[in-house]
Design a protein. Structure first.
Ligand SMILES: [Zn+2]
Ligand SMILES: [Zn+2]
Length: 406
């Protein structure tokens, strides 16, 4: 079968990551670790596993970081290669192992990709998995599978940017009738947004700011508005097409960088804050936004976030860029809270203590949210080079989510 595969050695990875900015074409050469390859269909690794034929599979921002060799090498101990990429899927079960209950061939499902204790066959789950938080599992290098945090980033569980993938029964969620394949395949980024919406103790009347309106930013705006309809959401985005999408999902205003005096003045006007302008640095707001959700994570966006947050505000880090020197002064001056956000979990705050995946599918089934039209570009696996070109130039192609119908 065809599969988008990652196979590398460290020098090759470093060289590709260095060259790609000057010479994007390097990603299509034999130097690049990611290529469409012909490989055998996966086997079920155990009785509790199913085979899934993808209907549609999304290309995630994290996948693009792997393709371009920009993912931090800090992640290296928690991965194993070669692997088949792809963790965002809506597909049909075509085979179920003998110990699978509750699911059968023909079921349309999506997959919660985290590979915690259950898929690893670890009988005494760690404290995080036991409380429904497999994204924090401490055993991701142990058990029956090779190292890997999630499906599509480990040699053990081939991903869904392929003609056939697999999943453990504990990872499956049935897609309700009436929910589109596209919406189901967006459950991963939308659940990430829901996780933040539940984990931040947001009070009525708060002003929230989402930085970056790519897939993660838009999914976060949708999630914040779904869980806290009264919250004001301001967005920060430069691209006009993505700004329009943010407004469509309920953002009250979209503010454009550059983060200069004008920018701080606009945020202050929208939040009734006071602007203070130090002699040699960017301005600082007292008053301002209650929480920032930064999907970019660059030096500029982190610095700007700390400056616009109100006293005792929260900075949520979703995206991770390559930040350099940060002036942390506002963190102590304003007693800010910095919070990392990764994945999704069972949410104590959700009605019925649901997993974010269940909430995402339910909100779609109830017609309260529809993210289907975020899938703007769909390709065949053979069209991989074209898909990557669009993914790397989303503004130019008016693209949000790029997906494949294998
Ligand atoms: Zn993803
Ligand atoms: Zn665990």
């Amino acid at each position: 079968m065809k599969a988008l595969t990652f196979q590398y050695n460290i020098p090759q990875y470093l060289l590709t990551g260095l060259l790609d900015r000057q010479w994007p074409g390097v990603l299509f050469t034999r130097l690049a670790p990611v290529r469409m390859r012909e490989i055998p269909e996966p086997e079920l690794p155990g009785d509790e596993w199913v085979k899934i034929r993808p209907r549609i599979s999304g290309l995630c921002g994290s996948d693009i970081a792997i393709v371009a060799c920009h993912e931090s090498l800090t992640m290296q101990p928690f991965a194993s290669n070669p692997f088949v990429m792809g963790h965002e899927v809506c597909g049909d079960i075509v085979q179920a192992g003998p110990a699978v209950s509750g699911f059968e061939p023909g079921d349309r499902v999506t997959v919660m990709p985290m590979l915690g204790c259950a898929p690893r066959g670890i009988e005494e789950p760690c404290v995080y998995c036991a409380s429904g938080r497999p994204q924090l599992c401490v055993n991701t290098t142990m058990g029956a599978l090779p190292p890997g945090l999630f499906v599509g980033a480990t040699a053990g569980v081939p991903g869904f940017l392929s003609e056939m993938g697999i999943a453990h029964v504990s990872q499956l969620y049935k897609v309700p009738d009436g929910v589109s394949d596209e919406a189901a395949c967006l459950t991963d980024p939308f659940s990430n947004g829901l996780h933040m919406a539940f984990q931040n103790p947001i009070e009525p009347g708060e002003t929230l700011m989402v930085i970056g309106c790519g897939v993660m930013g838009l999914a976060t705006i949708a999630a914040l508005k779904a869980v806290h309809p009264d919250a004001r959401v301001l967005a920060v985005e430069i691209d006009p097409f993505h700004s329009e999408r943010a407004l469509g999902l309920g953002a009250e205003a979209v503010i454009k960088p550059p983060m200069d005096k004008e920018f701080y003045r606009k945020v202050a006007d929208l939040t009734d804050a006071k602007v203070f302008t130090p002699l040699l640095t960017q301005p600082l707001l007292i008053g301002g936004v209650d929480r920032v959700f930064d999907t970019v994570g660059s030096t500029e966006t982190i610095d700007m976030s700390l400056r616009v947050l109100t006293n005792a505000g929260w900075y949520n880090m979703l995206g991770i860029g390559e930040p350099k020197k940060i002036d942390w002064t506002p963190v102590w001056l304003k007693e800010l809270t910095l919070r990392g956000v990764y994945g999704y979990q069972v949410e104590e705050q959700a009605p019925g203590r649901e997993h974010d995946f269940a909430v995402a599918l339910r909100l779609h089934a109830e017609g309260k949210v529809d993210l289907s039209d975020m899938v703007t570009h769909v390709f065949k696996l053979d069209e991989w080079p074209r898909a990557l070109e669009v993914a790397l130039h989303k503004g130019k192609y008016r693209a949000v989510k790029i997906a494949f119908r294998p």
